[in-house]
Design a protein around this ligand. Structure first.
Ligand SMILES: [Zn+2]
Length: 842
């Protein structure tokens, strides 16, 4: 009762103030002129809420919270009548996609989504969002009142508030009172880590498909309830650059339709018209390609909308003012003007073409359901695959609104493409197999995620060239050209409940299949439970146990007494583990529980080097892995304090991609004294440069071998006469690299670090290879020169054959594990979690 009264009272106040006040501009609201200071995020949120309260043309909706607790929200801006029917427009839009069942009531107008500041330090975006909002609700730009009648505009002022405020705080702290445009000064050079990313140092503009981060998860859950027709993402590039707008560059994803390409051109013309009027410079069709499907332009494009990237010259380095090489000074005000101009062009072009925009949008989804373009009409995921990987894959599909069911036609045999073998094969549909049919609204996006070879004209992508999900999750999957009937039931995760045993078992055992068991191990360690794992397979009570099976023996945990069973059972239920209690440690065949072949292990303390010299993205991924996936404590150890820290306190030291030369002696000494180092990507170079290591010796041998087989180029060789144009061509230079392609890795499945991964695995390959170790273990290696998917240059292919991916060697009393590429790439390469977990917990 009281609540109802308060709500009524509040709405009276809003109505009365709306009549008596004029709407404050951002300048009036903030107390400074827009562009003369970077605004804190909470002030922009206040402004958005203020506008929504005072103007009948705007409605504010919060859609989430960041890692650091900041709110995520948008304003819907449209005519009063449209906003009153927002829910009807929303539903109709979804009904037209086929993603929502229901009766179309005839009302449909486009949703135009303007999203700013996904990269925290590209902070002109959020300032512009306030100006755009004010302009729309006050009608203070030619044509905007009409736009509000014909469209529903959505403004997300800041997609990455944590990054934005890190930037703003640092900038305000380091800025001079008198603006200093000197690019060398402190205010133009922020420290480690950059403020581009979110709390876990993730680039949110690479996360749209994978949705590993809470900001993306919440934003796309919200976005999917509206499915806009246009999505524009506002970025900034370096301070010496001009402005980029559509059309996007090649390579373009093949699934981008003719109409989407046409609309990109229309948008380019619309922007050029306004930029020409202001004599502003710009470029199109270069640098920002539309290939990798996980950006704020490609993901909307591949979800039926038209997605755009805008790039204003500026970014984190440019501050409030920046002295350019030309002698001109780039100001924040000019950057705001660039994005504001592009915002107005986006609205005008979208409004002018609104009918065609809707017709083509509706057609896109109609055709997706009736006549999918994907050559494979069904994808079968074998139900026998490792369950944590299946379950994560299904989560990803759900987040991307791709429907799946159990497969019908059980027992029937089909010819199809076998991803793991990378060739055509046969599949018999079995009970529990999962079917993804191409006959669904999201068939375009399904195609993107399951296309065995991503089609590209050349290799000039800004990012990756391969991402087929069966490789990402390392799953047995088949793509079939037939349309397979679906079962009516939807796969749901199996609920495992272990009861606390009434008798006291001698031990609990569980087979080792994948990441769930590693989470279980981590949970046990946190309760200080000691456990063993089997180095060899064994049979007990007629049940086969594989290598890596976990043995939790009462005899190893006497100190826990009665709590032992409770802790173990509770942890198993949390981690979906089926426990098998046994009354003996004497196995039917294999090695007994008390054997050295079932080593006893206990909790290990882990430190991860971070700070100057390390790659913040790689650090962030591991930080996220420990906190959000493995649920295991991690100490982030800054490189500037690591020397002073007593490394003896850490059993494991992880070095991500980075340069550690200043710490070389400290790290080598740590290993010699018995520490375990996990060296990832180019952190390996520290050991490659230490003459005494097996790795350094192997490199020396291979280099000598290559020298003798190398063809010497004579000084009069005609290949040296390359034209200037070719010499500067990125395409030519790419012959030496892998543009994010996927390689098959052969595994030594008897090594504990590869337990649970099978005999083969796939990795996102982006670096050069290392030779096989002459002493130590070569656990994972590449034998073929061809990637299974994606682009690798011809010179690269020759060099990558017969190289190491995972290896380990002893140095003194300690050990170094080498992993040449990122096994947990952007936290979406889920199949790499098992490798990391093994290296940490075994
Ligand atoms: Zn950006």
């Amino acid at each position: 009762m009281k609540k109802t009264f308060l709500v009524a009272f509040a709405s009276i106040i809003i109505i009365s103030t709306a009549h008596t006040q004029t709407i404050k501009s951002p300048d009036e609201f903030l107390g400074y002129e827009l562009g003369t200071q970077f605004t804190y995020h909470h002030r922009a949120v206040e402004y958005f809420k203020y506008i929504a309260e005072i103007s009948p043309l705007a409605e504010y909706r919060e859609y989430g919270t960041t890692n650091e607790g900041r709110p995520l929200g948008v304003c819907f801006i449209s005519s009063k009548e449209n906003l009153a029917n927002l829910e009807e427009y929303r539903k109709n839009n979804l009904i037209k996609t086929g993603l929502l069942k229901g009766e179309f009531t005839g009302k449909q107008i486009p949703f135009i989504w303007l999203a700013y500041n996904v990269h925290g330090n590209e902070a002109a975006g959020m300032e512009t969002a306030m100006k755009t909002l004010y302009t729309l609700v006050t009608g203070s730009y030619q044509g905007v009142s009409e736009y509000l009648k014909g469209c529903i505009i959505v403004i997300d002022p800041c997609q990455n508030p944590d990054g934005h405020d890190l930037y703003t705080n640092r900038y305000r702290r380091s800025m001079n009172v008198n603006i200093n445009p000197d690019g060398k000064s402190w205010e133009h050079n922020q420290g480690w880590p950059g403020a581009r990313t979110n709390h876990y140092l993730f680039d949110l503009n690479r996360d749209w498909t994978w949705q590993t981060q809470v900001e993306t998860q919440q934003r796309l859950f919200f976005y999917n309830q509206f499915m806009p027709q246009v999505h524009a993402d506002f970025h900034e590039m370096g301070p010496e650059s001009t402005f980029f707008f559509a059309p996007g560059a090649t390579p373009m994803n093949n699934s981008i339709t003719q109409w989407q390409r046409e609309f990109h051109k229309l948008m380019g013309n619309g922007n050029a018209f306004l930029f020409n009027q202001k004599f502003r410079l710009y470029f199109t069709k270069e640098d920002f390609d539309l290939f990798y499907p996980s950006y704020g332009d490609t993901w909307p494009l591949l979800n039926g909308a038209i997605g755009f990237t805008y790039e204003q010259g500026g970014g984190g380095a440019s501050g409030l003012a920046y002295l350019q090489e030309s002698g001109d000074t780039l100001t924040l005000k000019e950057r705001i003007d660039g994005h504001f101009t592009a915002s107005m062009a986006t609205l005008k072009v979208s409004f002018d073409n609104r009918e065609k925009l809707l017709a083509e949008y509706n057609k896109y989804f109609e055709e997706s359901v009736k006549n999918p373009s994907f050559q494979y009409k069904s994808v079968i995921i074998k139900g026998s695959n490792e369950k944590s990987n299946i379950s994560d894959l299904l989560k990803l599909l759900t987040r991307n609104q791709i429907k799946y069911t159990f497969a019908g036609n059980i027992g029937k045999k089909y010819k199809g493409f076998d991803y793991v073998s990378d060739k055509d094969g046969e599949v018999i549909v079995e009970k529990g197999d999962i079917l993804i049919s191409a006959y669904q609204p999201q068939s375009h996006f399904m195609q993107i995620l399951f296309e065995p070879k991503s089609k590209t004209l050349d290799s000039l992508s800004y990012d990756l060239t391969a991402w087929a999900l069966p490789y990402v999750y390392n799953l047995k999957v088949f793509a079939v050209t037939d349309r397979i009937a679906s079962d009516t039931t939807k796969p749901e995760p199996e609920k495992i409940v272990n009861e606390i045993s009434s008798i006291k078992p001698y031990a609990y055992v569980t087979n080792y299949s994948g990441f769930d068991e590693l989470k279980f191990m981590a949970a046990l360690y946190l309760k200080n439970i000691k456990l063993r794992y089997s180095l060899k397979p064994f049979v007990l009570n007629g049940i086969n146990y594989n290598r890596g099976s976990i043995i939790i023996a009462r005899g190893d945990n006497k100190n826990l007494e009665a709590d032992f069973d409770k802790f173990v059972t509770h942890a198993a239920n949390e981690c979906h583990i089926k426990l098998i209690p046994t009354t003996t440690g004497l196995v039917d065949s294999g090695k007994d529980f008390g054997s050295d072949n079932s080593p006893l292990i206990k909790k290990r303390s882990v430190a991860l080097l971070c700070g100057e010299g390390t790659s913040s993205g790689s650090v962030g991924e591991l930080w996220y892995f420990f906190e959000k996936e493995l649920n295991y404590p991690l100490t982030l150890l800054n490189t500037c304090t690591a020397e002073k820290a007593d490394l003896k306190n850490y059993d494991i030291l992880i070095m991500t991609s980075g340069s550690y030369s200043a710490l070389k002696d400290t790290i080598i000494d740590y290993v010699k004294r018995g520490g375990r180092v996990i060296a990832l990507e180019n952190a390996i170079s520290l050991f490659a440069g230490e003459k005494t290591t097996s790795l350094a010796k192997a490199i020396e041998t291979r280099t000598a071998e290559q020298k003798t087989s190398e063809k010497k180029i004579k000084s009069d060789d005609s290949t040296l006469l390359k034209k200037f144009e070719l010499e500067n061509d990125r395409r030519y230079k790419l012959s030496e690299r892998s543009a994010g392609s996927i390689y098959k890795v052969k595994l030594d499945d008897t090594h504990p670090y590869s337990f649970g991964m099978g005999k083969e695995w796939f990795i996102m390959k982006r670096t050069a290879g290392y030779p096989f170790l002459t002493t130590g273990s070569n656990i994972g290696y590449i034998l073929d020169k061809e990637p299974v998917s994606g682009f690798a240059g011809f010179k690269y292919k020759d060099k990558i054959k017969s190289t190491l991916v995972i290896g380990t060697e002893r140095i003194g009393s300690g050990e170094v594990i080498y992993i040449t590429d990122n096994p947990y790439f952007r936290a979406f390469w889920k199949s790499g979690r098992v490798l990391l977990g093994n290296c940490i917990l075994r």
